[in-house]
Write a protein that binds this ligand. Sequence first.
Ligand SMILES: Cc1cc2nc3c(=O)[nH]c(=O)nc-3n(C[C@H](O)[C@H](O)[C@H](O)COP(=O)(O)OP(=O)(O)OC[C@H]3O[C@@H](n4cnc5c(N)ncnc54)[C@H](O)[C@@H]3O)c2cc1C
Length: 380
Amino acid sequence: MGRIWDVVVIGGGVAGGLAALDCARRGLSVLVVEKRAFPRWKVCGCCFNAQAQGVLEAVGHGDLMARCGAQPLQQLRIGLHGKTAPLSLPGGWVLSRERFDQALLEAAAAAGATVRFQTRGQLGPSCSATRSVRLTSSAGGAQEEVNARVVLVAAGLVNHCSPDHASVETIATSRVGAGCVLPATTHGYAGNVIHMALGNGGYVGLVQREDGALNLAAAFDRSCLAAAGSAAAAARSVLELAGFELPAGFMAGQWQLTPALTRRPSAVAGHRCLLIGDAAGYVEPFTGEGMAWALTAGAAAAPFVVEGLADWSPDLERRWLQTLESLVVRRQRVCRALATVLQRPLLTSGLFSLCRAWPGLPERIVRRVNRVQLPSAEIG
Ligand SMILES: Cc1cc2nc3c(=O)[nH]c(=O)nc-3n(C[C@H](O)[C@H](O)[C@H](O)COP(=O)(O)OP(=O)(O)OC[C@H]3O[C@@H](n4cnc5c(N)ncnc54)[C@H](O)[C@@H]3O)c2cc1C
């Protein structure tokens, strides 16, 4: 009671976990609040690219994925109308979010951070030196207020952390996400490969996780989902159109939906508060970019936090926006363009034909999107 934390991180996913770890290892007092109990499953393709690994190495945890049993990714196999286009991947790993997110928070705790699960955080008012955060227990509803010199909002795609959360812009044509995990059986999908089925109105990605279970992650047009009646039915029609086998146990899968995917908040910083990860804006990823962007923003935050502890300024907020632009938003352009193409059947067919005829071209683009760019180089 009465303690002032250097940093309160709202959300214990990849962005929040990495930022908490980085701040704690610099000697700051860190409180992470996460609304769910861990380990937890969430809708995600579970694919990590070289940039994600590069950021982990930069904070001294380059062995984290390997220790969790991550499996290497070697190929992206795209399917449309019964044909497939295999593209080689420039590295990458598959690892369940249950294991990765938990391991990241354990590393943050080992570095000195305090982690509270089943605790929802909401930004409160600020005074010149601190910002308050209202904490509500997800279990019993008990409430308390804590104060921090800096608050990092890392609460993901949809969060109700800010009183003005209504100012998040969603794109009208944005697809919705969906996912499920099927138990390890003979599902017929080879490991070390991202299997990507393209259909009219959506796509479905399938990967074999480190525990042998099959992870499915999808994005659908809202009209396609409404016409199909359920995420399972929409996924089945995409898989059938692509000519992919229905995995064993498919109909028993427990699908979970996300809200509209592409979204952008009106501001990525406020007084004594920075937004990181999906909370700062979301674009559909394809080969492991989403978590890499979130980890990159998480790693970029600590120097701003250190600077802002004593002296917060509008200039710091402006530089945070510029840093996100240069480290994340610029890198999102290719994925944003690809998401637009995949919403148009004719363009999708054209792109697919190109992948089959000249695989070297898309492979070069994937290598470019996956190239490692570390935050420290960006912060003067
Ligand atoms: C269908 C789909 C497939 C995807 N596939 C991939 C992929 O293969 N590879 C990839 O790199 N990315 C993928 N992504 C994107 C990736 O999941 C996100 O970019 C990544 O999880 C963002 O991390 P984050 O830490 O910002 O948010 P999250 O990982 O969502 O973490 C946010 C955390 O905050 C918690 N939280 C929310 N509100 C509060 C609150 N008020 N108080 C406390 N805690 C709160 C949540 O419980 C959650 O644990 C995919 C996304 C979707 C939708």
